[in-house]
Structure formats: structure tokens, C-alpha cells
Design a binder for this molecule. Structure first.
Ligand code: BDR
Ligand code: CA
Length: 360
């Protein structure tokens, strides 16, 4: 495509004046990145890697962050809201609504994660108080309102427990058909990170997760442990961020340094980039390889509560009672409800992240 600016550069002064409406139009078109950008809502429990995800989103021209809604998870609801406000303030983005959401999971007690995320949730890195004000709208209501305001244009990016999204769906099921896509950070089809079977975001509210996975979205992408465990931010990557400076750059460096030290204590080689993976996929879906499958969330298993159970074969056997026993009489097709990310171009993802943070 031709560069419209190149057109104006060749104009003589008088012709330039006559062409003013055209020039004004071209300038306006060039300064419209937000309308061309993908509209997203981030639902988050900030959280160290949530902070990485938010900063990636706020520094990526491909994305237009319409709101940040806060869910309890890594930290309680109050600390999460305070952290989200500090993050948008650091990024100089008080224009983005930051709204409080649920105060606890649907049916269980909250499990906070200061053990991993530091006592303030941000790796004990202190951020200045926020200059931004809270949007008093209840998060699920804000999600509903924004989806109706931009039908078929909003991508939901939940990177915490799925409580807020489930509440929004339960209150107004009509939003499901109006959402363009949902990109979840959560789940796993190869074992968990809180125990043998469950990933933390799903484990923190399994009933909410089951509501969300069964809702019937146009497109639901699950970026789970298969992605985060492969996309590891190593000391070599940290060195890249050490070379540049800026308030966001230096904050992210400190958070990653904290996480780096923590993972080394547990024998890890680097930091698993969980939440930024969902944002990166919203930016560039070619970073991951997906496999469609039906996901159910286990809510009752003694050892498996919170597991995302993926049907890889696409059918279930169909059994019928014959006297005192069942007989397999065939198979029932199972329709996929999720695009499960089974692989990631890790280095390309990590370099995308670094490039968006460097010098900011
Ligand atoms: C998920 O759990 C949380 O602790 C992280 O923020 C991430 O969303 C990874 O399992
Ligand atoms: Ca999170």
C-alpha cells in the first residue's frame, strides 16, 4: 500500500492548501491506530506475570485495551485493584477504566499466592501510588456493557481465575455470541502446577471455569501450561532488558529479576511467561499451534478438581444397559469447544515481549 504521507510530500504549497480536506482526512486516518487495533478487555489478578501481561498489552499498537477488570486470585480483591491502578498509572494510561470485580470465587475460599508473587503481589517491587481513579462499575457489568457497545469486536483476555467472566455470562448470556474471541491463560492437558492435575487459575475457581468453557463462544483459545512452561524467560533475556531503561522497562526488569531468583531456588532455568502468553496470542495468533478439542473442567474429583480435561479423540463411547451390565454400542461425537495451544514459538514470543518493553 502507498504511504499517504508520501502523497502530501510531493504537493506544491497552493495545491496543498486546496487539498486541505484530503490532507486532513489522511492525517486523521494515520492517527487512528486504536480503531484499527483489536479491542480487548483484560480480566486479571495482578500478580507478577499479570503485570507483565498488562504492560505488554499497553505497549502494543495492535491492541486497544478497553478495560481492565480485577478478580481475586494471586492477591485479594482490594490489593489486586490497587495493583492494577498502579500499573496503568505507571504506563500513563489513566484513560483505561480499571474496575473491581468479584470479592471471592463462586463456591470456595480464595487461595492467595504471596508465596510466589511476593507479599504485594508484584514481586515486592514498590510502585508509586496511582494517579488513576477506579471505575466504580462492577467488573462483570462493565464487561457486559462494553461487549454490547462493540458487538463482535471485543476479545476477552482473562489471565486470572474465571469468576468475573462466569458472572458476566450468567447475568447476560447474550454476550457470548457478541464476543469476538476469548483467549484464556489457564488450564493444562498435561498435568498441573498447583498439584498433579490442576493449573492455578482453574483450580482457584473450577465452577466458574466450567461455566466459561461450556458457554459456546465463537472462539475460545486456551493458553495453558503447555505454552507457559515452554516460554521461559532466561537470564540471557533479562540481560537484554538490562541494557535499556525507562519506568516500565525498569519495573518489568525488577519483577522478572525477582521471579528469576525465585525460580532458581526451585531448580528452574527461568521464568514461565504464563499471563503474557494470552496477550501475545491476541497480538499474533501465529505464535502458537492449536489443537481443537472439547474441554471440561473437573469439579468433583478427589485428586483432579480444577483439571481441564481435554478430549483428544473427539468421541465418547456410548454404553447401554443390557440386563446386569452395560454394552458399548458405538461412539458419540464430541464437538470441540476450545482451541488448545499445544506448542509455541517461544523465542519469537519472548523477543516480541522484550521489544515492546525495552526503553518504555
Ligand atoms: C497462573 O496462575 C497465577 O499465579 C499466574 O498469575 C497465572 O495467571 C499460572 O498458573
Ligand atoms: Ca494471573
Amino acid at each position: 500500500m502507498r504511504n499517504p504521507l508520501a502523497v502530501t510530500r510531493g504537493l506544491e504549497p497552493t495545491r496543498f492548501l486546496h487539498s486541505f480536506p484530503l490532507v486532513a482526512f489522511l492525517i486523521a486516518a494515520l492517527s487512528l491506530p486504536a480503531s484499527a487495533a483489536k479491542k480487548i478487555i483484560i480480566d486479571t489478578d495482578p500478580g507478577t506475570d499479570d503485570a507483565l501481561a498488562i504492560m505488554l498489552a499497553l505497549n502494543s499498537p495492535e491492541l486497544d485495551v478497553r478495560a481492565i477488570t480485577v478478580v481475586p486470585g494471586n492477591v485479594n480483591a482490594e490489593t489486586g485493584l490497587d495493583n492494577a491502578l498502579r500499573l496503568v498509572s505507571l504506563a500513563g494510561r489513566c484513560d483505561i477504566p480499571v474496575a473491581p470485580g468479584a470479592q471471592h470465587p463462586l463456591f470456595q475460599k480464595l487461595i492467595t499466592a504471596g508465596f510466589w508473587h511476593g507479599s504485594n503481589g508484584l514481586g515486592n517491587v514498590q510502585l508509586p501510588s496511582s494517579k488513576c481513579k477506579v471505575d466504580p462499575t462492577f467488573g462483570p457489568d462493565l464487561i457486559i456493557r462494553l461487549i454490547h457497545a462493540s458487538p463482535h469486536e471485543i476479545t476477552l483476555v482473562p489471565v486470572g481465575p474465571l469468576t468475573n467472566i462466569a458472572l458476566a455470562v450468567e447475568k447476560d448470556p447474550s454476550i457470548v455470541a457478541l464476543v469476538k474471541e476469548v483467549v484464556i491463560m489457564g488450564g493444562s492437558i498435561n498435568g498441573g502446577n498447583v498439584n498433579a492435575s490442576a493449573e492455578a487459575n482453574i483450580f482457584n475457581d473450577p465452577e466458574a471455569a466450567q461455566v466459561v468453557f461450556q458457554a459456546g463462544w465463537n472462539s475460545l483459545v486456551m493458553s495453558g501450561l503447555e505454552v507457559g512452561n515452554k516460554a521461559v524467560f532466561t537470564p540471557k533475556h533479562l540481560d537484554q532488558l538490562a541494557k535499556t531503561h525507562g519506568p516500565v522497562n525498569d519495573f518489568i526488569y525488577s519483577v522478572l529479576k525477582y521471579l528469576q531468583t525465585l525460580t532458581q531456588q526451585f531448580g528452574g532455568t527461568g521464568v514461565q511467561m504464563y499471563d503474557p502468553s494470552a496477550v501475545a496470542i491476541a497480538i499474533d495468533a501465529t505464535l502458537v499451534k492449536v489443537q481443537p478439542m472439547h474441554i471440561d473442567v473437573e469439579t468433583r474429583g478427589e485428586f483432579t478438581r480444577g483439571e481441564t480435561v481435554g478430549n483428544r479423540q473427539g468421541y465418547n463411547e456410548h454404553n447401554t444397559l443390557h440386563g446386569d451390565h452395560y454394552e458399548i454400542e458405538g461412539v458419540d461425537k464430541v464437538t470441540p469447544n476450545t482451541k488448545v495451544c499445544v506448542d509455541v514459538d517461544a523465542e519469537r514470543f519472548l523477543q516480541l515481549f522484550i521489544s515492546r518493553i525495552q526503553g518504555k
